[in-house]
Design a protein around this ligand. Structure first.
Ligand code: NAD
Ligand code: KPL
Length: 314
């Protein structure tokens, strides 16, 4: 008899959460999506499942969904795909169902969430993942897998209490074709490089109300982008984190490769939702303050985005 792999519960049924849910379902490892409340569950149950589009083909995947009130089975593996600012509220609603040694993978942009979750729920076995897969919502519970990327997963120094073999097993169990999740023993560098990209692109797209690639055609925006990268490099260096010598080129390459994208922050701002700014520029500025460093460009971008679009949970 073959043992079934433990079920993944996926919190945050947006673009990335629905992508993983759809791929897991298709791979024969049916997950459960954890929705915000009974209203969202009723909305979902009006359809037949997640509409999943990839390579011009659409299919409906009948992924099971639950609300905090609907089901009481224990949760031993949780993949968190909410926006950073929504994570604590979202996990808290399901906290009574988490097993004492529940493995929780944070699959999000930004930094600083793991510390918050660890403070509230120190018993959880936390891991962090970072992805450059691209997905967007075409409609409610209708997602498009728009671009292929890489996904890495590993422990969070000072927070994770997870063995390397467990982390490797978790990476494998979150790999559903065509997406492979690769175990990484240097997540700090990965997260800081992604932080640099998001600090240098996302808030500028909100300030200039433009697509990612348009930042490269605007000399003032481009100069500000490079100043932010210098600020990230300074703070990282003070923390003993080596981000290599090609970060400026990498940020420009990402803005160019995603030239037609409206960044996630611009989309959230335009839709009147809260943004991840507190976990992107806000995180950088908090780290800088603790070190006595100045990051005036990032501070100005943080202020500009939060003044227009106050931060907070959605
Ligand atoms: P999204 O806004 O599409 O999805 C977030 C989902 O979380 C929404 O469905 C929202 O309703 C849900 N949510 C919010 N509060 C909740 C709560 N209390 N309980 C349950 N659900 C709740 O966001 P996304 O694009 O899927 O992004 C998720 C994370 O992945 C973000 O950190 C983002 O920056 C990152 N990311 C996204 C992409 C992408 O291509 N979309 C790529 C890389 C990284
Ligand atoms: O991660 C992104 C985002 O929009 O959040 C980038 C890389 C900037 C792509 O749009």
């Amino acid at each position: 008899m073959t043992a079934h792999p433990p079920q993944w519960h996926i919190l945050g049924a947006g673009a990335i959460g629905s992508l993983w849910a759809a791929l897991a379902q298709r791979a024969g490892n049916p997950p459960a999506m954890l929705l915000r409340d009974g209203h969202r569950l009723a909305d979902y149950q009006r359809g037949k499942g997640i509409i999943f589009e990839s390579g011009g083909q659409a299919e409906i995947l009948p992924v099971q969904a639950q609300s905090p009130e609907s089901m009481q089975s224990p949760i031993a593996q949780l993949l968190v795909c909410t926006k950073a600012q929504d994570t604590l509220n979202a996990i808290s609603a399901y906290a009574p169902r988490l097993t004492p040694d529940c493995t929780v993978v944070l699959l999000q942009n930004g930094m600083g969430v793991a510390e918050v979750i660890h403070r509230h729920y120190p018993q959880l076995r936390l891991l962090q993942a970072s992805t450059t897969e691209g997905a967007f919502r075409r409609g409610d519970f209708h997602i498009v897998h728009a671009g292929r990327g890489e996904t890495r997963l590993g422990d969070i120094p000072g927070i994770s209490t997870v063995s390397e073999s467990h982390a490797r097993a978790v990476a494998t169990s979150l790999s559903f074709p065509p997406v492979e999740v690769v175990y990484c023993d240097a997540m700090t560098e990965i997260l800081w490089r992604k932080l640099a990209i998001n600090c240098a692109i996302n808030p500028l797209t909100v300030v200039y109300q433009c697509r990612n690639g348009e930042l490269l055609d605007n000399p003032t925006a481009l100069q500000r982008m490079h100043t932010v990268v210098d600020e990230v490099l300074t703070v990282a260096r003070r923390l003993g984190i080596d981000l290599g010598s090609d970060l400026h080129q990498q940020v420009v390459a990402v803005a160019s490769a995603t030239a037609l994208n409206r960044s996630s922050m611009l989309q959230d701002a335009e839709a009147g939702r809260s943004t991840e700014i507190d976990y992107i520029s806000g995180y950088l500025c908090r780290q800088a303050r603790e070190l006595g460093e100045d990051t005036p460009e990032s501070a100005a971008l943080y202020a500009a985005v939060t003044q227009r679009h106050p931060a907070g949970a959605n």
